[in-house]
Design a protein around this ligand. Structure first.
Ligand code: ARG
Length: 251
């Protein structure tokens, strides 16, 4: 009995070392050995991130894919509520948050940001026949829809005399507008364009609400990863690949 067990352990030991040997020979590039790079996002934000069947696609997904490739890592994308992304990064559940996320001083207290990879603006969407809202100040006394936890939410909440209506998805805010339940929606320019395309009877106002910069959120203090991502971003910018990804989605 004892002998048998020893024999088994020896055999197992040999098998284990054979496996270890084999994987060493196949090199560090085999996918099973690649370290995962986990991206947290909220796929309700076309063209930056949205679902195509079960897959999360879009500008941010492709940028993340290019960064992971450059770092020799395997990308995993985790979809969640927008206001859970910073928590996921902070708790280490995700390595980076890429979600058309605007750099703000308040967020900088909880996460570090990489260099910016895109600029954007917050815009206002109203009914096509609306005549009394043309500029941000006109939102006073109105009911305005936003996606919870976004900069649109933060700005409109800070604006005096505005009633804020929060939705878990930007699209839901837009639908509430088309149904006449609210007066306007404040949201990022590119998703606004997509939502207006998909819904009749609404328009984007020419006058912008604010300008902003998108960057990647990383756990506070993880300068190693910030530096690595910045180096990848620099390569993607210089090679023109970043612009190519953007042009694929924004005509
Ligand atoms: N730029 C805005 C912000 O940072 C909205 C981002 C929303 N992104 C998303 N994937 N839903 O707050």
């Amino acid at each position: 009995m004892k002998k048998k067990l020893v024999g088994l352990l020896v055999t197992m030991g040999i098998v284990t070392s054979m496996v270890a040997c084999g994987s060493k020979e196949s090199g560090t590039s085999s996918t099973s050995e690649k370290k995962q790079l986990i991206m947290a996002t909220n796929p309700e934000f076309p063209p930056y991130e949205f679902r195509d069947g079960n897959k999360i696609v879009g500008i941010d997904a492709e940028i993340a894919e290019a960064i992971a490739k450059d770092l020799g890592m395997e990308l995993k994308i985790d979809g969640m509520e927008f206001d859970s992304i910073i928590l996921a990064v902070d708790s280490g559940k995700a390595d980076m948050g890429i979600a058309g996320m605007t750099v703000t001083d308040e967020r900088k207290e909880n996460v570090d940001f990489t260099d910016s990879y895109a600029t954007s603006t917050q815009v206002m969407i109203v009914k096509e026949d609306n005549k009394d809202i043309t500029k941000p100040e006109d939102l006073k006394g109105k009911e305005v829809g936003v996606q919870t936890g976004t900069t649109g939410d933060i700005y409109v909440t800070d604006q005096k005399g505005v009633t804020v209506s929060r939705f878990s998805k930007g699209m839901e805010a837009v639908q509430s507008l088309t149904q006449g339940k609210i007066d306007a929606v404040v949201i990022d320019r590119e998703p606004a364009k997509e939502f207006v395309k998909q819904n009749k009877g609404i328009k984007i106002l020419d006058q912008e609400y604010t300008k902003e910069e998108y960057a990647i959120a990383v756990k506070k203090g993880n300068t190693e990863l910030v530096n690595k991502i910045n180096a990848s971003l620099k390569k993607l910018k210089e090679s023109g690949e970043l612009q190519k990804i953007i042009d694929k989605y924004i005509k």
